[in-house]
Design a binder for this molecule. Structure first.
Ligand SMILES: NC(=O)c1ccc[n+]([C@@H]2O[C@H](COP(=O)([O-])OP(=O)(O)OC[C@H]3O[C@@H](n4cnc5c(N)ncnc54)[C@H](O)[C@@H]3O)[C@@H](O)[C@H]2O)c1
Ligand SMILES: O=P(O)(O)OC[C@@H](O)[C@@H](O)[C@H](O)[C@H](O)CO
Length: 482
């Protein structure tokens, strides 16, 4: 799989838990079948994981928590790590280094600087603006990539692959578009040169990534210690994992398929199934769980009312999917039920519910529009939006001591809209309608496309009102019996 000889390194931006339980494990396993590739991990700004890894001679453990079964495995494929904010010029240098064959990313949805309406780069985001103006070392993800690629194009001009492993629709294609937007907006003539070189020498394959990987707790540290390794930064994970990607690598890749990854040109079909049935259901579980005082996804999933809503949501998603050949959607959904029920993972509703304004844009509008265009109102999708709004607009009504509060970059804006909706007067019905309408036409949130369907806004508003006046179970009944 290697091309061009020499060292083989992956530079990974976003040294969070997911990468360490997914790509890093698959890369280590692939090394048993082909050339060994090493990973240099780059954390955004937090030093904790980087410092712990160095103290631990670049070893950490993955704690796999299945129903009734625990496995602790040490992973050593990440051989170096540093913090981007602390060594910004090193990021540029490492991207430019020809030994770096792949730059992969798990920087979360908000790390890409995407305008949710246009799916293009938000050129008004402060860090993107600063990077375009050349104010100090780059700090946005796309600005960092552009600076490194520009240097690479001038030094070795060696081809490279950018591999997004975030839960973003058409993640590779989207990333390539963001980079083109950045290059086109560069004030100097550098942008044109970068664009031309990227066209020839940079690939951005789409990927679908799947493994439920929660945040680390002391219980996971204890499990690692019990297995004989006093690990400060172990990563908990479920047994299931899946990685699907287009085999379009400009400078070679590890033999990931030997370790179980799937190479296909139909990534989009896998991704749609996963982002809707898994991530969409996860969002609904998180918000209804938070509204019923559940701190854990598994506890939300065990509530028969919430399970009924998730089932209804699956029924709404299913006809919108182009299924990959051989995928049995009934079995997939049944397996998802088991994965959500895995209490041992302790996946928190606040973590899964974070950044809803960015995530729901990929989990709700396309599927909702599919129904609305045929004259049907998808009420479980409307319930997902209503439950997110209820949690985000009125966080004071959550049992936050128990559950925490999901963070959201549009949280303040939503609370301001809710305050304005309430200040005009009227009862719960008027308040809910005003808030739903305001959010559905706000391009910074779900991307405004649903705003053209008054019947969807009505459904969200009705369910928001029931959530306030009758609670979660009443709202589930209203959605499922609509
Ligand atoms: N955890 C999972 O179950 C899972 C599964 C599939 C895909 N993913 C993808 O991986 C992403 C990260 O998940 P995780 O579990 O590693 O989270 P995490 O909280 O452990 O780590 C988040 C990482 O993103 C970086 N980051 C956060 N905001 C950023 C920003 N604005 N700019 C640049 N970098 C930023 C942080 O530095 C950190 O390295 C998810 O958002 C998702 O897209 C996660
Ligand atoms: O990672 P996010 O923040 O996009 O979404 C939260 C969870 O739904 C997600 O992390 C899932 O656990 C994961 O996508 C499973 O593969």
């Amino acid at each position: 799989m290697n091309e061009g000889g020499g060292a083989h390194r992956i530079l990974h931006l976003g040294l969070g838990n997911f990468h360490r339980a997914h790509q890093a494990v698959c890369t280590e396993d692939a090394g048993r079948h082909g050339d060994a590739w090493e990973i240099t991990g780059v954390a955004g700004s937090t030093r904790r994981v980087v410092e712990a890894l160095h103290r631990q001679r670049m070893r950490y453990s993955v704690v796999t928590l299945g129903p009734g079964r625990t496995e602790v495995r040490q992973v050593a494929s990440i051989t170096d790590a540093f913090v981007a904010a602390g060594e910004p010029h090193r990021v540029t240098r490492e991207i430019a280094d020809p030994a770096t064959r792949i730059v992969s990313l798990t920087v979360t949805e908000k790390g890409y600087g995407i305008n949710p309406l246009t799916r293009r780069l938000d050129l008004d985001a402060p860090d993107v603006r600063a990077d375009l103006a050349g104010e100090g070392p780059p700090r946005s993800t796309v600005g960092r990539l552009a600076a490194g690629l520009l240097r690479r194009s001038r030094e070795s001009a060696a081809p490279v692959t950018l591999l997004s492993c975030d839960n973003i629709t058409a993640n590779g294609t989207t990333l390539a578009g963001l980079l083109r937007d950045f290059a086109a907006a560069m004030p100097s003539r550098d942008g044109a040169g970068l664009l031309a070189w990227m066209e020839e020498s940079v690939t951005c394959p789409d990927t679908m990534v799947d493994r439920i990987v929660p945040a680390t707790t002391d219980a996971h540290r204890q499990t690692a210690a019990d297995a004989g390794f006093a690990d400060e930064v172990p990563v908990p994970a479920e047994p299931f994992w899946m990685w699907v990607m287009r085999d379009a690598f400009a400078a070679g890749r590890p033999a990931w398929e030997e370790a179980g990854a799937v190479m296909t040109d139909r990534v989009h079909d896998y991704e749609t199934v996963k982002v809707r049935l898994l991530n969409g259901s996860h969002s609904l579980l998180a918000y209804l769980g938070l509204l019923t005082g559940r701190a854990l996804i598994a506890d939300a999933a065990a509530d028969p009312g919430i399970a009924r809503a998730v089932h209804r949501l699956g029924d709404e998603y299913e006809p919108t999917l182009a299924l990959p050949e051989g995928l049995d959607v009934t079995a997939y959904r049944a397996q998802l039920g088991e994965r959500f029920a895995n209490r041992r993972l302790a996946h928190s509703t606040a973590q899964v519910g974070a950044d809803g304004s960015l995530k729901l844009g990929q989990r709700v509008p396309d599927a909702a529009l599919w129904h609305l265009e045929s004259g049907r109102v998808p009420s479980a999708l409307a319930l997902t939006v209503a439950a997110w709004l209820r949690c985000t607009a009125y966080p004071e009504q959550l049992e936050s001591d128990r559950t925490g509060v999901p963070a959201d970059p549009s949280g303040e804006r939503i609370r301001a809209l809710a305050a304005r909706s309430g200040a005009i007067g009227g009862g719960a019905h008027d308040r809910a309608r005003r808030l739903a309408q305001a959010v559905l036409v706000d391009e910074a949130m779900l991307g405004r496309r649903l705003g053209g369907y008054g019947e969807f806004a009505e459904s969200v508003a009705g369910l928001l009102e029931v959530l306030e006046t009758g609670g979660v179970q009443a709202a589930v009944r209203a959605a499922c019996e609509a």
